[in-house]
Design a protein around this ligand. Structure first.
Ligand code: FAD
Length: 394
């Protein structure tokens, strides 16, 4: 018997919190009492989740578009790759995109249909107390005790003063994107511009274009850098739309902006009954900034731990990334940071020298050892050996 009012309290109803709530809303979890506390007052489109799809998942039907061709470009060179997709496996190898508002609406509807799950909006949490039965204290003074607390509050971003000027403690991927609609045809709707690199010496800089149609696209200006780089994204986007597509006038129907910590190491939880979720748990992949698929997979894993066991007897291990993946990602970041001006060449070599059938499992996070080795082969040996040595010593 669980003496707390709730079996599970989820703190933060974003991607990780809501996807766990959706898993727990399924009939096999109807015996659980679940509360979701979210500080926002309402949901709206605030991000666009894209990912390399390996197989269909719970949210596949919500995807806005899928592509089988993508390009990387730098300094007049362009490499276009195509995945081999056959009809029986229409998902494998696609680059997919899903608007956050579609996800939020779906999750809220699933929760509303499950009487054992309660979603409270406009409920900022002040702290989670790691007592024997963890207690969640809200900003308004109320508190909720739970058998399990799933904490999805994102970790604080390192500030320039905290990280110092070298920035090695705080590389982040930061970006701003506009969805633009144009009066004339100008985008190639069949090819995602994954990385259109621009020369830069203080970080890796590129534009990213998701062409929804010939007249609409999400265009993002992206940097990977230390925290001291503070770009004028609007000027960068205006300049790119003008130079690359000849666009002077367009409707900007949506904007998003983000800063993702690439070198955040989650601290161990103060209590095994407090489980971190999502970005706070480390689901963000350092080499790509992707977190979507790993976050929803982790929600399924956690729900699985609660499926056939009374909540006060369940065991829920923390999220763990494969060590080899984490190491390879650290080496890539160290190699880039040692020579920002060379970093675009690394990606051009990677995309030019590796087949899509090898690259995609790596990007999706489930490459074999042989695939990892063939990914490493086209990369410049000296720079990467030096970076590997540096990571091993740190
Ligand atoms: C603009 C943007 C675009 C991105 N694009 C991609 C992409 O294309 N592909 C990809 O894989 N990843 C992408 N990411 C990275 C990652 O997938 C997202 O950040 C994802 O939303 C992380 O999920 P999360 O649940 O950890 O955090 P969030 O989705 O941010 O959820 C955290 C929730 O906690 C709530 N919260 C915070 N503090 C409190 C509190 N004190 N009390 C109560 N609630 C609180 C917040 O309001 C929020 O709802 C993107 C990120 C951003 C910001």
């Amino acid at each position: 018997m669980n003496p707390a009012a709730w079996d599970v309290v989820i703190v933060g109803g974003g991607l990780a919190g809501l996807s766990l709530a959706v898993e727990l809303a399924q009939p096999e979890h109807a015996h659980l009492r679940v509360l979701v506390l979210e500080k926002r007052t309402h949901y709206q489109r605030d991000r666009t989740w894209s990912y390399w799809s390996a197989q269909p998942h719970r949210y596949t039907a919500l995807e806005r578009r899928r592509w089988q061709r993508w390009a990387v470009s730098f300094d007049g060179q362009r490499r276009v790759q195509t995945t081999d997709v056959n009809d029986s496996d229409a998902h494998h190898g696609s680059y997919c995109t899903l608007d956050a508002d579609a996800f939020y609406a779906f999750a809220v509807a699933q929760i509303a249909a499950a009487p054992h799950i309660h979603l409270r909006m406009a409920c900022p949490v002040r702290t989670v107390v790691p007592a024997l039965l963890p207690v969640v204290r809200l900003e308004d003074g109320r508190q909720e005790a739970a058998c399990w607390v799933m904490d999805a509050r994102p970790a604080a971003m390192p500030t320039p003063s905290a990280a110092g000027t070298a920035g090695s403690a705080g590389l982040s991927q930061h970006f701003a994107g506009w969805e633009v609609h144009t009066a004339t045809d100008c985008f190639d709707a069949g090819v995602v511009e994954l990385m259109d690199f621009q020369a830069a010496s203080a970080g890796l800089r590129f534009f990213y274009v998701l062409p929804y149609s010939r007249r609409s696209a999400l265009v993002e200006s992206t940097w990977i850098s230390g925290p001291t780089v503070q770009p004028d994204y609007a000027a960068e986007l205006r300049g790119y739309l003008r130079q690359r597509y000849g666009l002077q006038a367009y409707d900007c129907v949506y904007r998003e902006q983000g800063r993702l910590p690439l070198q955040h190491t989650p601290s161990a939880s103060a209590n095994p009954r407090i489980v971190k979720l999502g970005q706070a748990a480390g689901t963000l992949r350092a080499s790509t900034g992707f977190a979507f698929l790993e976050t929803i997979a982790d929600a399924q894993r956690i729900a699985g731990c609660l499926r056939h066991t009374p909540p006060n007897q369940a065991s829920i291990p923390a999220f763990r990334r494969q060590r080899l993946d984490a190491w390879m990602d650290s080496v890539l970041l160290a190699a880039m940071e040692a020579q920002w001006t060379q970093a675009p060449h690394f990606f051009m070599a990677l995309f030019g020298g590796t087949q899509a059938s090898t690259l995609l499992p790596f990007l999706a996070g489930h490459a074999t050892l042989a695939q990892r080795l063939s990914i490493a082969l086209p990369l410049p040996k000296r720079a990467f050996l030096r970076a590997a040595w540096q990571v091993l010593r740190s």
